[in-house]
Unconditional design. Structure first.
Length: 133
């Protein structure tokens, strides 16, 4: 797992990260031409990010808000995810994760349950799907 990179499925992300740029372009073109699942698109995004981080370094492109949205959109169940699980998944400190979660809550993309779990709101999930598809 690359620091600062959302690693959703390490085995699949590593496979995509090893692909050449040309292979990734063909994979995206093929995915666009076929009916790909939401999960496959998220895996492609994670693979691009892993490859980008391996070339330029994970510390150059750090986007915790986007990483949180991707994680909650893909891996968090209906009960949401804890601060610790989100922080671990996006490989940033809990303080940074907490700060970005507050911003996402203020902008009505994420909600926090009474139990302290976080989930992507429906409008934000629809927005993510519009980006993915």
């Amino acid at each position: 797992r690359h620091k600062g990179n959302t690693t959703i499925h390490p085995a699949r992300t590593a496979k995509v990260a090893r692909m050449s740029e040309r292979s990734l372009i063909f994979a995206v073109a093929e995915a666009e031409a076929s009916q790909v699942s939401y999960d496959q698109w998220i895996d492609l995004v994670a693979g691009f990010r892993a490859q980008r981080d391996s070339i330029y370094g994970a510390d150059l492109f750090n986007d915790p808000a986007w990483d949180i949205i991707l994680f909650l959109g893909r891996d968090a169940n209906v009960d949401g995810a804890s601060l610790q699980s989100i922080s671990d998944a996006i490989a940033v400190s809990q303080a940074t994760t907490s700060r970005w979660l507050r911003v996402l809550i203020e902008r009505q993309h994420v909600e926090q349950s009474d139990e302290g779990r976080f989930r992507l709101l429906d409008d934000a999930r629809v927005g993510l799907m519009k980006i993915v598809f």
